[in-house]
Design a protein around this ligand. Structure first.
Ligand SMILES: [Zn+2]
Length: 300
């Protein structure tokens, strides 16, 4: 598996330059990532390590306006400061448990694109699982604070409620340290349903993975890109039945995925994958009642 044999292109949609922000590779159990799909099938596209973990990217997306100073970030990876966030018991083990790569983090990735945290104007959080929202807060002088001090953050009300009172299955994924400091700082906008966040940038709700996940659509009427979050985490998950063991409602997720893939195949939408270590986006096509990627791409 490698990114080197995949074509690369620059993508601009409306006034936004589309810039992937890989915040670092980590590992999750391959069986959990592919649910009922047998290992003999998924290990070809996603080879596991000796602990059966597959490589996952935590890829945020930056929408950089070419006409004004708007800098919209979608999700922000796992973050750091695990001791301050998760306590002395879990904190030191956290990076090892999830094989979090060291030289990573959303701030460093943005720095490579020439941006400082205070230049981010908006942070859209698809949902508050730690591998999506962990980078939204950090330790500042022994206290947790927003990583992006001048940004408004956006989350769906249903997802915030779920994160504040997590069920048994999601308890290990939702941590108050990743969102309560945003509420305390008064920077969290709580959305209630689909809406437009900026011109050409809107969110839609999908509940199959977790309650109140929002996926993000960027469009100028001609080109469209969807940030799929955990609805379609990697290009391997384009296939309808390839859903994660983590998904709370797999049948609902398949329906939501089919609806998105049908529109994407028909209108040539780019699908952006948050967790795919090998490609950033893909175009998709229908194939015998299912869907497959027709072209995988890296974004320059
Ligand atoms: Zn998730």
């Amino acid at each position: 598996m490698s990114r080197s044999n995949i074509a690369s292109k620059q993508l601009q949609i409306g006034s936004y330059r589309i810039r992937p922000v890989p915040t670092g590779v980590f590992g999750l159990d391959g069986g959990a990532m592919f649910g009922t799909v047998p290992k003999v099938l998924w290990e070809k596209s996603n080879p596991p390590d000796e602990q059966n973990r597959i490589e996952m990217e935590a890829r945020a997306l930056l929408l950089e306006s070419t006409t004004d100073s708007r800098r919209i970030l979608i999700d922000c990876g796992i973050g750091a400061d695990f001791n301050e966030k998760y306590g002395e018991k879990l904190g030191p083990k956290f990076a090892e448990m999830y094989a979090v790569s060291e030289a990573s983090g959303v701030e460093k990735s943005l720095q490579r694109l020439g941006l400082k945290p205070e230049e981010i104007t908006d942070v859209i959080l698809t949902h508050l699982h730690f591998d999506h929202a962990g980078g939204s807060t950090k330790a500042v002088g022994g206290k947790l604070a927003p990583t992006f001090p001048k940004a408004r953050y956006y989350i769906q009300k249903a997802n915030l409620e779920t994160a504040q009172t997590p069920n048994m299955r999601e308890r290990a994924s939702y941590f108050a340290a990743n969102f309560e400091p945003l509420i305390e700082a008064g920077v969290l906008e709580i959305l209630n349903g689909p809406c437009e966040i900026a011109p050409g940038v809107s969110v839609e709700i999908t509940d199959g993975h977790t309650r109140g996940q929002q996926i993000v659509k960027v469009t100028d009427g001609k080109s469209t890109l969807v940030y799929c979050g955990d609805l379609i985490p990697t290009s391997s998950h384009v296939r309808l039945a390839w859903v994660m063991g983590y998904d709370l409602h797999p049948l609902q997720l398949i329906d939501e995925k089919r609806a998105l893939l049908t529109r994407a195949a028909k209108d040539g939408w780019y699908l952006f994958f948050e967790h795919d270590p090998y490609s950033d986006v893909a175009l998709v096509q229908e194939a015998k009642g299912d869907f497959i990627p027709s072209e995988k791409l890296l974004l320059a």
